[in-house]
Design a protein around this ligand. Structure first.
Ligand code: AMP
Length: 383
């Protein structure tokens, strides 16, 4: 697709059928675009929303034929899909973001090398290509983190290295893995974790959502608060850094740039997601145009939408058993009494520890009140 846009009626393909794919499908269908969803898991929640659901491995040739001949453009909701397949797909239909970007992002080492080569500040890092080479060089120092180069998400594939004993123990663990590239990076004692959603159109038009503040638990996002409780100067710097990161990638689509804010005001990019992000779910309820509608617009070459925050908000992820507690009679009655609360359930078949089952967004006139409601839900779930 070079300039022309896709009109309603065009069919959009999505690689991956999780909640991000389902929310994309919801936006696409509302705008008149049927979707084809491809996922290897027959229980993937987005499949129910597809005009054509495809259940097959991402290396399945007949599925590739079916997918590529049924759609007018494609996107993905998960970065761990084979980049070679996405590249082959690009020969048939426009894919946004491009396979070139997916290749950089899906490998942590390539991503860090790319960002560093563009003078984007990242934690000092070091590549490890065999388990017996695992070490924490002086330039990085303890404490450090070891992360898998590929297939790591939600804090999986991450080891804390506080001393030489940790290094030895981790070496033994890595020796048993098929994976053979890792990075060791400096542990940054950040003050806050921030993120910025960046939407970029094919014509280079760019929109940035407000800077949000995230809290993780065990490597998994627990809450997002927007706007972040930071001064305007820091917010401006975070936005500028996120925008520069996606400009450097020359990306088209929706991206999330995750940042660490240090207590001396320095900002570092942790990682980039080439798709809508959990920390952007608040946009469904608190912005004029959601991150998922923006993804539809970017994929179809339509004008990008407004990114204005219509209300301060706080989002709480319902993870594992928290979901069961929150959605049983008493739980649901309590938090839905808040006029500004909305519930989103992803429709996954079974509850598993660490599995994102849904989320709740609280809107309020003031950021502090939205945050308080989120905190109160979290403490009720913990109690
Ligand atoms: P990641 O898989 O890189 O997104 O890491 C998951 C979480 O681990 C992040 O959201 C941070 O809370 C934490 N983390 C990752 N890298 C670092 C780092 N270099 N220093 C401190 N914490 C980190």
């Amino acid at each position: 697709m070079t300039g022309a846009s896709l009109e309603p009626g065009a069919v959009l393909g999505v690689l991956g059928g999780g909640q991000l794919g389902a929310m994309f499908a919801g936006a696409a269908r509302r705008m008149g675009y049927p979707v084809v969803i491809w996922d290897p898991d027959p229980d993937a929640p987005a499949l129910k929303l597809a005009e054509l659901p495809l259940v097959a491995s991402f290396t399945d040739k007949p599925a590739f034929e079916k997918f590529s001949t049924s759609i007018n453009a494609a996107t993905y909701e998960w970065e761990n899909i084979p980049a070679s397949m996405v590249q082959a797909l690009e020969h048939r239909v426009p894919v946004r973001p491009a396979a070139r970007i997916l290749r950089i992002i899906q490998n942590r080492l390539e991503q860090k090398n790319f960002l560093a080569s563009c003078n984007i500040p990242v934690a000092p890092f070091h590549a490890v290509t065999s388990s017996d080479q695992l070490a924490v060089p002086q330039s990085i120092g303890f404490p450090a983190l070891c992360k898998t180069a590929t297939l790591g998400y939600d804090g999986k594939g991450q080891w804390q290295l506080s001393d030489q004993e940790d290094v030895r123990r981790t070496q033994n663990e890595l020796a048993g893995q098929a994976q053979h590239t890792w990075i060791v990076e400096r542990f940054l004692p950040f003050e806050k974790e921030l993120s910025v959603l960046v939407v970029r159109g094919a014509n280079g038009d760019r929109r940035l959502y407000p800077v949000v503040e995230n809290v993780h638990e065990g490597g998994i996002l627990k809450t997002t608060r927007v706007p972040a409780a930071i001064d305007d100067k820091t917010a401006g710097q975070a936005a500028a850094l996120a925008g520069a990161t996606i400009d450097a990638l020359n990306g088209v689509g929706v991206f999330c740039v995750e940042l660490f804010l240090m207590n001396d005001g320095r900002l570092f990019v942790n990682e980039v997601a080439p798709r809508p992000h959990n920390s952007g779910h608040y946009t469904l309820d608190a912005c004029t145009v959601s991150q998922f509608e923006q993804q539809v617009r970017a994929v179809c070459g339509l004008p990008l939408g407004d990114v204005k925050l219509t209300s301060p908000a706080a989002m709480v992820n319902l993870i594992g058993e928290d979901f069961t507690k929150a959605t049983t009679d008493a739980g649901i009655q309590t938090f839905l009494r808040d006029a500004g609360a909305t519930l989103h359930v992803y429709g996954k078949k079974s509850v598993r520890p660490g599995r994102k089952m849904g989320h709740v967004t609280f809107l309020a006139d003031r950021r502090e009140i939205a945050a308080e409601r989120a905190t109160s839900l979290i403490s009720r779930l913990a109690g």
